[in-house]
Structures are given as C-alpha cells and as structure tokens.
Design a protein around this ligand. Structure first.
Ligand SMILES: [Fe+2]
Length: 372
C-alpha cells in the first residue's frame, strides 16, 4: 500500500471542481483582510472575483468576494444558492426582479447588508466612476453544488420562490419586521440593512459586559446573520461551537484569542475593518475591543435563527450563552484564565483606553482566576 494512491471515479467534491473551472483566485486561510484579497476577472459575473475559503468554513457555506471596477456592473445573475452580501468598500446600487416582475432597486454603501431572494434575478452596479467597490457574499453554494452537482440546474432554473421575497417592497428599502425571540435578542427580518454598523442593537448582557446584539433573517433564508457590539473597554465571554461561523469586523479594532482545551498558550489574531475569520471545529475563542471606539462585527453561518437547519445549530442557538459546566458553550468570566485579562489590560494601556469591565461586573474575578 502507498499513500500515493490515485483514486478515480470516487471522492469527488463537485463544489471545489466547479471553483477550479471558474478561473478566479481561491484563497484558503484562517483569517483574511477582504480589502486586500486578490481578485481577477470572473466571466460568470462580468466583474472580478475570488473564492475566500476560510479554514473554519465547515461543509455548507463559504465567501465569494465580488469587486466592481469604477463604473462597472455585474451581468444579470440568478441562482439556486443563497447569498448574504456585506459591502466591504464602495458605493453602488442593486436591482432585484421579483416573481411578479417588479423591479426593486436600493443603494448600498460601506457596511450595507442584504440578501437577494432565492433565484431572483439581480444586478449590482458600482455608483462611483473613480473607486472600485467590494462586496463579500456568504453563500451556500458548497451545499447546493455538492448536493445537486448540476451547474445548469443551479444557475439555469426559472422557478420563483415567492415567499422568500418578503411581504412588501419595504423589505428592499430598509424596512422589515421585528420578531419576538424565545430567548436572547429579537430578530429583524428584512432583505436590506443600509448600514449594519449603525443599526440599533439590543442588550444581551449574558454574552458579556456591555454586549449588544441583533439577529437578522435576510430574504427568509437559511443563512444566519447577526451583528454584535462590544462597547469601549470591554470584551465578550469566551465560547466554542462547531465550524462555519464567519466573523466580519465592520467597526473598530482589537484582537481575538483562540485555544483548544488543555492548550498551554493562546493563538492571538489582531483585526480591524474588513477582517474576516471563522473559528475552526470546537476551538475556544474570545473577542476583545482594545480601541477607543465601539467594535462591531457581523457573523454569518449556516442555519438562521428562523431556520436553524440542523439539530446541532438549534442546540448552539439554545446554548450559546449557557456555561460549559451546564451543558452550554460559554466560559463565564469568573472561570477564565487570568492571563486573558492581563493581556487585555496591557493592550488597552498601549492604546490609552481605560478598562470599563468594572462597570458591568466585579472586575476582581478577572485577575484572580487560575491560569489554565
Ligand atoms: Fe463564536
């Protein structure tokens, strides 16, 4: 036996084979800066693109990066996979055609968030004649292509999913509806959020000091999206879960720590606007605001709050703010390694920012916790 066996006729990955045929860059990293990922002309869209495959992407979703050159536009698109777009840079507009033949247009800019209803025809336009625009789309093409492995069906069927379009045109204009959550923050259902960095969030203190959040259900989709904020001088509680949560920084800067149970040291990652990372399978992670302004991030994943998709994702949604000792996924502040807080204070001091954790809790527990 040799480990150089050439398998033929088996172990196909239709999604990756399809990517290779598209002729655009394919990057695979733990974290990338979406402002600087190389893109190349993508014949399918008429713009430029790259596949951004994060190591923690899981099996079902990934990121397509779209770049519209100054004055550029995409060719009309329509497909059977979901896309949740986050605008990384630039200004422009989108035109979406609904099943009734209505054309909705809306204007997007940095940190706009939107989803095109499943298989609706749409086109993206760069509104600037001098600056490029970049949009990152979290999409479930890996799931759809590996399941169906028929490109013509995925890109060529004309079935219209009317219920995905929203109850009225306000969903394409920044309007929507709040849905009362069973627990945690409420959910905002819409198709378009003009500026997710300015969206009013709701208190979710059980996830950490001064933590606020909103859940989104975009275009009645299966792809989850939420936005969280860490106020100045604070950080979230550590937690872990399975892969495929893609974390996009939309405001501020700071760092995250990553570790597996029993590790002697932490992996540290510094980030700012345009950074995206995806924690890998059951790796603990914790996010820290070390700058003088609030930090916001958008997280996408397979399995929305409306449609959790799998029993595992449903369990994560029910246990994300529950202590690991109680069968959940979160490490409470009093149980965390004291080195975590020591590093945080050192980073704040470098940036001239005052720690505000004491406004939300007994800060002394953060410095007396045993080193793990
Ligand atoms: Fe997480």
């Amino acid at each position: 036996m040799t480990d150089q066996v050439e398998y033929t006729g088996m172990l196909y990955e239709p999604y990756l084979d399809w990517c290779k045929g598209e002729g655009i860059p394919m990057v695979e990293e733990f974290c990338v800066d979406l402002h600087h990922v190389e893109t190349k002309p993508w014949a399918r869209t008429g713009a430029l693109g790259a596949f951004v495959h994060l190591r923690g992407r899981g099996d079902f979703i990934t990121i397509n990066l779209h770049e519209l050159p100054p004055g550029g536009q995409t060719a009309p698109q329509r497909h059977l996979f979901e896309e949740v777009f986050l605008v990384i840079e630039g200004h422009g507009s989108a035109v979406v055609e609904t099943s009734a033949g209505n054309r909705h247009s809306f204007e997007w800019g940095p940190n706009s968030l939107f989803a095109v209803p499943l298989n609706a025809r749409y086109q993206l336009f760069n509104g600037s004649g001098s600056a490029p625009a970049r949009l990152a789309s979290t999409n479930d093409l890996p799931l759809k292509m590996n399941l169906i492995h028929d490109e013509d069906f995925i890109f060529g069927t004309d079935w219209r999913f009317e219920t995905r379009e929203g109850p009225d045109k306000s969903y394409f204009e920044g309007g929507g509806n709040f849905v009362q959550a069973l627990r945690g923050p409420e959910m905002w259902e819409t198709n378009f959020v003009p500026d997710v960095a300015a969206f009013e969030l709701q208190n979710w203190a059980s996830r950490g000091a001064g933590s606020t959040n909103i859940q989104f259900c975009l275009a009645d989709g299966n792809i989850h999206c939420h936005c969280s904020e860490m106020s100045v001088g604070t950080y979230k509680k550590g937690h872990r879960h399975g892969p495929d949560f893609h974390v996009f920084i939309v405001a501020g800067s700071g760092h995250s720590l990553f570790w597996h149970e029993g590790d002697a040291d932490y992996i540290r990652l510094d980030w700012g606007h345009g950074s995206v990372f995806a924690p890998t399978e059951m790796i603990y992670h914790q996010h820290f605001n070390t700058c003088p302004d609030p930090v916001r991030y958008v997280a996408t994943a397979m399995g929305s709050t409306r449609y959790p998709f799998s029993a595992e994702k449903k369990a994560i949604k029910m246990g994300v703010d529950v202590n690991v000792d109680d069968g959940g996924f979160q490490i409470e502040y009093e149980d965390q390694d004291r080195r975590i807080h020591e590093l945080y204070l050192a980073e704040l001091a470098k940036n001239g920012v005052t720690c505000r954790m004491g406004e939300f809790m007994d800060e002394s527990v953060l410095t007396r916790g045993a080193a793990e």
